[in-house]
Design a protein. Structure first.
Length: 118
């Protein structure tokens, strides 16, 4: 069984920075991709950023402000968020797409709240 544990959310003023972390624990999995999604009140969950072994991609709204990175040895993904805006306020969820016993799974973290005050 795979578990994703997130940390790093909180309250920050507009223009500030936060760094989210998500560590995957368990055994027998092979990571395809890791990423971050967010869901604001009344809105659908949306992709923020994702990283595979060879590439990254970002939502247009965070391009140039957020950076996703990954520590393969620790099975951990990070999201560095700079120049935060009030519209970045949301619950941020870690996602990991992986093969577990040759079957493909989507795994989700519990979510961490990010609140940006104006």
């Amino acid at each position: 069984q795979v578990q994703l544990v997130e940390s790093g959310g909180g309250l920050v003023q507009a223009g500030g920075s936060l760094r989210l972390s998500c560590a995957a624990s368990g055994s027998g999995f092979s990571i395809i991709a890791m990423g971050w999604y967010r869901q604001a009140p009344g809105k659908q969950r949306e992709l923020v950023a994702a990283i595979t072994s060879g590439s990254t991609n970002y939502a247009d709204s965070v391009q140039g402000r957020f950076t996703i990175s990954r520590d393969n040895a620790k099975n951990t993904v990070y999201l560095q968020m700079n120049s935060l805006k009030p519209e970045d306020t949301a619950v941020y969820y870690c996602n990991m797409k992986a093969y577990i016993n040759a079957l493909r799974y989507d795994n989700w973290g519990q979510g961490t709240q990010v609140t940006v005050s104006s």
